[in-house]
Design a protein around this ligand. Structure first.
Ligand code: NAG
Ligand code: NAG
Ligand code: NAG
Ligand code: NAG
Ligand code: NAG
Length: 349
C-alpha cells in the first residue's frame, strides 16, 4: 500500500524446515544506525540520486525499527481444548490474507519491518529525515545484519536475504539497488505494486496531512507526514472483487508516510547496475499503475521495464490477472501469494 503498509518483507533463506511446518512469529525492536546523504529539498524527485554534494545534507541517526520475525517451527504443543490453531489464530475472515503465514507455512522465514516514520518504528520529528535515502540505508543495514549476526537467540545468520516489497516499499528497494548496484546485500528483489513511474504520471492520490486527518492520533506531527482520505484506488474498480470489510479494516488500520516518498517515486525511471535476479509483480486491475491498458501487453511491458536492469541475473514482470494495486487484499490474493513464493524459491535456490 502506498501509505499504509510501506511494507518491506525480507526473506531469510537457510536450511529449510519441511514445508507445512507450523510457524512461530515474534516482535522485535532493532536499533539501526544510519549515516546518509539526503536531499536538502525533500521534493527532489530523484531522491538525491542525481544530486551533487551541495544539494545533499548528512544525516546521522539511530532509529528503532520494529519488525515481525516468523520462522518455521518444528514442534508446538497446544493445551487442553485447543488445536493447532491456537498458534495461528486467524483474525476473523482475514486469516487468509496473511502473507507471512502463507510463506512461513511453505518453509520460509521472514522479517516484516515498519518503515522509519511508520508503525512502531521510530518516527523522526522532521519528516524530511525519513526520505528514501534513509529508508534504503535502514533496509540495507538490516539485510547485512541478518547475514552476519543472529537476529534472535538460537537463529543462525542467514546465507541469503531476498527483499520483497510493495508499492512505495518497492521504490525503497529500487533506491538501494541504484545506490549500491552490485554491492547490494540483497540476493534477489521481488518488487510488487510498482512499475516505472514518469514524473506526474500517477493518478492523484487522495492525501491529507495526518495531523489534520486524525488530531487525536496524529496531532502535532510534522504536516509533511501524510495519510489517505480514501483507499478505494488501492483496490480493483469492480467492488465485487474485494470484501467491503477489508476496505474498512484497511481504513481503520491506516498509517502515515512522509510526503517525500510520494514525490520521489520517479526514482523508478533511473537505471540500476544491480546484479541479482529481479521480478516485478503488478495487478492487471491496478488503478494507479495499469491505467490505459498499460499492463495488457505483458511482453511490451517486460521490454520497457527490463532496460533499467541491464546487469540483473534475470528480470521479469508478472501481471497478476484481475488483482488491484494492493495485490494481497482482494479476492485474487492467492495468485500473487503463489507467484511470490515461487519467485522466492527460485531466487534462493
Ligand atoms: C549542484 O547542483 C545544483 C542544483 O542541482 C546546481 O545548481 C549546481 O550548479 C551544481 N553544482 C555543481 C558543482 O555541479
Ligand atoms: C482460506 O484458508 C483455509 C485454511 O487455510 C483454506 O482451507 C481455504 O481454502 C482458504 N480460502 C481461500 C478463499 O483461499
Ligand atoms: C526539517 O529539516 C530540514 C533540513 O534540516 C529543515 O530545512 C526544515 O526546516 C526542517 N523542518 C521542520 C518542520 O523542522
Ligand atoms: C556486519 O554488519 C554490520 C552492520 O551492517 C557491518 O558494520 C559489519 O561490517 C558486518 N560484518 C561483517 C563481518 O560483514
Ligand atoms: C475510516 O476510519 C475513520 C477512523 O479512523 C472513521 O472515522 C471513518 O468513518 C472510516 N471511514 C470509512 C469509509 O470506513
Amino acid at each position: 500500500m502506498l501509505l499504509s503498509a510501506f511494507s518491506v518483507l525480507f526473506y531469510l533463506s537457510r536450511a529449510y524446515v519441511a514445508s507445512g511446518a507450523l510457524c512461530d512469529c515474534s516482535s522485535l525492536i532493532m536499533p539501526v544506525d544510519v549515516d546518509v546523504l539526503v536531499p536538502t529539498d525533500p521534493s527532489d524527485i530523484f531522491g538525491g540520486l542525481k544530486s551533487n554534494a551541495s544539494s545533499l545534507r548528512r544525516l546521522q541517526a539511530t532509529y528503532d525499527v520494529y519488525g515481525v520475525f516468523c520462522q518455521p517451527h518444528i514442534l508446538l504443543v497446544h493445551g487442553f481444548s485447543y488445536n493447532h490453531q491456537y498458534w495461528s489464530t486467524p483474525v476473523e475472515e482475514f486469516g487468509n490474507y496473511s502473507y507471512s503465514a502463507f510463506s512461513c507455512d511453505r518453509g520460509f522465514s521472514s522479517l516484516a519491518i515498519d518503515w522509519v516514520g511508520a508503525g512502531l518504528s521510530s518516527r523522526p520529528a522532521n519528516a524530511s529525515d525519513a526520505q528514501y535515502a534513509t529508508q534504503a540505508a535502514v533496509a540495507a543495514t538490516l539485510a547485512r545484519q541478518l547475514k552476519n549476526s543472529s537476529i534472535v537467540p538460537g537463529i543462525q545468520p542467514f546465507k541469503k536475504v531476498i527483499g520483497v516489497s510493495h508499492s512505495a516499499g518497492s521504490v525503497l528497494l529500487n533506491y538501494d539497488a541504484i545506490a549500491e548496484g552490485p554491492q547490494s546485500p540483497f540476493d534477489g528483489l521481488i518488487l510488487t505494486g510498482m512499475l516505472i513511474v514518469e514524473p506526474n504520471s500517477l493518478p492523484p492520490l487522495p492525501t491529507i496531512s495526518a495531523a489534520d486527518e486524525d488530531p487525536l492520533r496524529w496531532g502535532g506531527l510534522d504536516p509533511n507526514y501524510l495519510t489517505t482520505t480514501s483507499r478505494n484506488i488501492f483496490y480493483p474498480a469492480d467492488p465485487n472483487t474485494f470484501s467491503p470489510r477489508m476496505l474498512k479494516y484497511d481504513n481503520f488500520t491506516k498509517d502515515v508516510g512522509p510526503i517525500s516518498t510520494l514525490l520521489q517515486i520517479p526514482i523508478t525511471t533511473l537505471p540500476s547496475q544491480y546484479t541479482g535476479p529481479v521480478a516485478k509483480v503488478v495487478g492487471s486491475a491496478d488503478q494507479l499503475l495499469c491505467t490505459g491498458n498499460r499492463c495488457a501487453d505483458v511482453a511490451a511491458l517486460n521490454a520497457a521495464e527490463k532496460v533499467l536492469w541491464p546487469d540483473a541475473k534475470s528480470f521479469e514482470v508478472v501481471v497478476a490477472e484481475e488483482s488491484g494495486h494492493d495485490l494481497k487484499l482482494d479476492f485474487f490474493a492467492q495468485g500473487p501469494f503463489n507467484t511470490c513464493v515461487s519467485l522466492v524459491q527460485q531466487f534462493s535456490a
